[in-house]
Each structure stands twice: as structure tokens, then as C-alpha cells.
Write a protein that binds this ligand. Structure first.
Ligand SMILES: Cc1cc2nc3c(=O)[nH]c(=O)nc-3n(C[C@H](O)[C@H](O)[C@H](O)COP(=O)(O)OP(=O)(O)OC[C@H]3O[C@@H](n4cnc5c(N)ncnc54)[C@H](O)[C@@H]3O)c2cc1C
Length: 414
């Protein structure tokens, strides 16, 4: 049984490993000069390879087609991923939120281990060899064709070319074209787990400012609130709350095909731990303690410097007013702004800096128990090229490992 794997990312290499273990002859084609380019930059170069939570939480954290992933998650679990790397001699550790990292804090340690396991088991890996198209005859896979037009024969092919995000790493959406040519449906790909572009004139002044424990409020059909850390960039906002909110907005169907938001309002609650009443009492205490001081000075007790002029202006107050002159109505306006600072969110930033791609090859045309294409006999599909994705926390790499392993195992069955 000869198996050709297209793409040497985590899904492709894990597929190759599983197929080889099952006795197949395996060759992996990778278009870049090196394998695992994206994998190396994951988790800011530390690689959050999986999560130590029970499998049902993987389903909960999966946003795109969680039910499709049941078999894959249970066939090759997070425990098995950890065991695989430990068997290769890599020590692992669990951090906040059950996130699993290598003890070395270097993704390179894991990349070296995965590649070595593949090479040692007899898998051939050809880099700098982009695959152009699938070779299909009468609905059956015959192999694939490289860019020079050379036909590479194979009994089974595993397509694991990744999505469209961070194209500099090699994931440029090639798999979508190959699958489409093979009669597969492609769910429109969108960049996700990515920063927002905003239209606020004050953004450049706030660039680099990081807010801890705030909440981002979104209102499309319903109001939703995301609690955590938020970062201002020169042209927008980023940070964990923004990434999660953006993915949920795609789910709500309020992101256009070009990534722009349709009919969504945004606010930041700068004091989510305090109700309006408690916040008002807190402000009153500050005003009484510093009653002769100017508002812009007293606000330093409550906000980072860069935000003070913006909050005061949005509240319609004079920054130089002595706080003892501020009446109840003005104080209420201040509370309103602190609890809901309006932000002009325009849309998701692009694929260039997106962590994942939402959309891809429709899972309706793939058998969830084998990862086999329902359109082409002998074609298997794994990883981010499929219309599956999850939130941050190591869940996306687990999807790549689990679907890759299952595809490799099934493709190598006689
Ligand atoms: C900055 C960043 C940080 C991330 N951090 C994390 C994290 O900490 N934890 C986590 O779980 N997830 C993280 N992710 C997401 C994770 O990296 C992906 O979900 C995962 O890499 C998908 O694996 P894959 O094998 O399906 O695709 P990829 O990793 O994209 O691999 C696909 C491979 O196919 C190759 N290829 C493409 N087209 C062709 C072709 N025509 N011929 C031959 N080869 C081809 C590509 O060059 C590439 O090597 C992060 C992503 C980014 C961008």
C-alpha cells in the first residue's frame, strides 16, 4: 500500500506516522523548504500542543463542526498526543487553563521529535515540492501531480495542506483548489482568532496599551460579553477577548465574506467587576478624598493615563474641572462611559495575521469515522483544510493531530 501525504504540517506528519505504523509505504510532499513552518511559530514559539482537559471540553471549545470530530478526538486523544511526544523523549508541562507546552518552552523540540519519529520509521519526506493537483480517474484516486507536471502514483492520498492563515508559512489555501477540482464543496474561508480593525481616531494614541480583566461587549442580534485581557494596536484591538469575540461573531453570521462586520456594536467595560452602583460609590470616595483636584488627575486612581482624556471626552466632561464641582448627572455619565466605552469595530484583520481559518472543505462530504472523502475513492482529508476549528488553548493542534492520525490509520487499512 503506497500512501502519498500532501503537506508536512502537524496533520500531515501525524497522518504519515499512523499510516507507516500500520505497515504502509509513505511519502510526504511539502512545498516549503522546511517542514512544520507554522507549527514552529505556534504559542509564540513555545507551542501549546494540546490541552489537558477531558475530551468533552475539546468538543465544547470547537466552534466549527464539533460533532464531526468525535471519532477523531476519541481515536487519538490528547493523552495519546502527550504520550507520543513523551515516548520521543520530550518532557511536557501543563500551564494555566490546562494548556500543554514542552518543558523546553521551544516548539522546535516538538518539531524535531515529530520529524525524527517519521524519518526513523521509514517515511520519506520531500520538501520544496508543491503538489499542483490530485490525479483522479473514474472517481478513484491514482496519485497526485507536482508543479512540473510529474505524476506521482499512489494507492491512497491524504490531503493535509492546512488553511489560508499565515500564508508565509506555506498554508495558502492550495488544498481548497485541489478539493474543489475533485467536486468537493468549499465553505467560504474567513480569517479567525485575529485582531479587529477599528475606526476610532484615538487608536494610534493607545497603541501598545494592554488592559487586564476588562470585558468586550458585542451586540449583533444579542448582547454578549467576553471577559479577559485586551490590547490596543495602531489600527485596532487584539488580545484574548477580541479573538474569542471575533470567532463568535462569525458563528452569529454577522461577518461579511470580506471580513467586515455587519450591524455589530462594540463597547469595552473597563470595570466589569463593579456594578454601576458600586462604581459610582467608588468614584464618590475618590472625589471626596481628592475634592480640590482636577478630574483628569483624580482619574489616575482608576485608569491608565492614555485612556483618561478619551473617557472624559466621551462622558462630555471638562478634564480640568475640580471634582467637588461635578454633580450626580455628570458622575452618572462617567460611570456609563467606564462601563461601556464605545468602540467602532470595522472588521476582522486578514489572513496574514490570523491564527486559524474558519471554513474550508465541507465536512458533509467527509466520513467522520475515517476522514475518507465521500467524493473520491482513496482520498483522505485531515487538519485545518477541513471546515473545523476551535478556540485557543491547544485545541486546534489537537484537531490536526487527531484528524491526521485517523486519516493515516484508515488510509492504510487494506
Ligand atoms: C501564529 C499562530 C500561532 C498558533 N498557535 C497555536 C497554538 O499554540 N496551539 C494550537 O493548538 N494551535 C495554534 N495555531 C493553529 C495551528 O498552528 C494550526 O491549526 C495547525 O498548524 C494546522 O495544522 P495543519 O497540519 O492542518 O496545517 P498547517 O500547519 O498549515 O500545515 C500545512 C502544510 O501543508 C503545506 N502545503 C500547503 N500547500 C501545499 C502544496 N500544494 N503542496 C505541498 N505542501 C503544501 C504547507 O506548506 C504546510 O507545511 C497557531 C497558528 C498560528 C498562525
Amino acid at each position: 500500500m503506497k500512501i502519498l501525504v500532501i503537506g508536512a504540517g502537524p496533520a500531515g506528519l501525524m497522518a504519515a506516522y499512523a499510516a507507516r505504523k500500520n505497515g504502509a509505504e509513505v511519502i510526504v510532499y511539502e512545498k516549503m523548504e522546511r517542514v512544520l513552518r507554522k507549527f514552529l511559530i505556534t504559542g509564540k514559539g513555545r507551542c501549546n500542543l494540546t490541552n489537558a482537559a477531558p475530551i468533552d471540553q475539546f468538543i465544547e471549545n470547537t466552534m466549527g463542526n464539533p460533532n464531526f470530530l468525535y471519532s477523531a478526538f476519541y481515536t487519538f486523544t490528547n493523552e495519546q498526543v502527550m504520550e507520543f511526544f513523551r515516548e520521543q523523549g520530550v518532557a511536557l508541562k501543563v500551564e494555566r487553563g490546562n494548556r500543554v507546552f514542552p518543558e523546553s518552552d521551544k516548539s522546535q523540540t516538538l518539531a524535531d521529535a515529530l520529524l525524527k519519529a517519521c524519518i526513523d520509521s521509514g517515511i520519506k519526506v520531500r520538501t520544496r515540492t508543491p503538489i499542483q493537483s490530485l490525479w483522479i480517474e473514474e472517481g478513484k484516486i491514482r496519485g497526485a501531480e507536482d508543479q512540473k507536471g510529474n505524476r506521482i502514483p499512489a494507492d491512497r492520498v491524504i490531503l493535509a495542506t492546512g488553511g489560508k492563515s499565515y500564508p508565509a508559512t506555506g498554508s495558502t489555501g492550495d488544498g481548497y483548489h485541489m478539493a474543489k477540482a475533485a467536486d468537493h464543496t468549499i465553505v467560504h474561508p474567513l480569517p479567525a482568532l485575529v485582531a479587529f480593525k477599528t475606526d476610532d481616531s484615538w487608536n494610534p494614541e493607545l497603541a501598545g496599551l494592554s488592559l487586564k480583566n476588562v470585558s468586550l461587549i458585542t451586540k449583533a442580534k444579542k448582547k454578549k460579553e467576553y471577559f479577559g485581557d485586551l490590547l490596543f494596536t495602531h489600527d485596532g484591538i487584539s488580545g484574548p477577548v477580541v479573538l474569542t469575540a471575533g470567532r463568535n461573531l462569525i458563528q452569529e453570521g454577522v461577518v461579511r465574506e470580506n471580513g467586515e462586520f455587519k450591524g455589530v456594536s462594540f463597547w469595552i467595560d473597563l470595570k466589569p467587576a463593579l456594578s454601576k452602583e458600586k462604581l459610582d460609590r467608588r468614584i464618590l470616595r475618590d472625589f471626596e478624598a481628592f475634592h480640590l483636584k482636577q478630574l483628569k488627575t483624580v482619574m489616575k486612581e482608576m485608569l491608565p493615563q492614555a485612556l483618561i482624556p478619551i473617557v472624559i471626552e466621551k462622558s462630555g466632561l471638562d478634564p480640568e474641572i475640580a471634582v467637588h464641582q461635578i454633580d450626580k448627572k455628570q458622575r452618572e455619565a462617567l460611570v456609563e462611559t467606564l462601563k461601556a466605552l464605545p468602540i467602532q469595530g470595522r472588521g476582522l484583520k486578514g489572513f496574514k495575521e490570523a491564527i486559524i481559518t474558519v471554513g474550508g472543505i465541507s465536512v458533509k462530504e467527509v466520513d467522520p469515522s475515517t476522514m475518507a472523502s465521500k467524493k473520491v475513492d482513496g482520498l483522505y482529508i485531515a487538519g485545518e483544510v477541513l471546515d473545523v476549528d476551535a478556540l485557543t488553548g491547544g485545541f486546534n493542534l489537537q484537531i490536526a493531530f487527531s484528524t491526521g492520525y485517523l486519516a493515516g490509520l484508515s488510509a492504510s487499512e487494506k
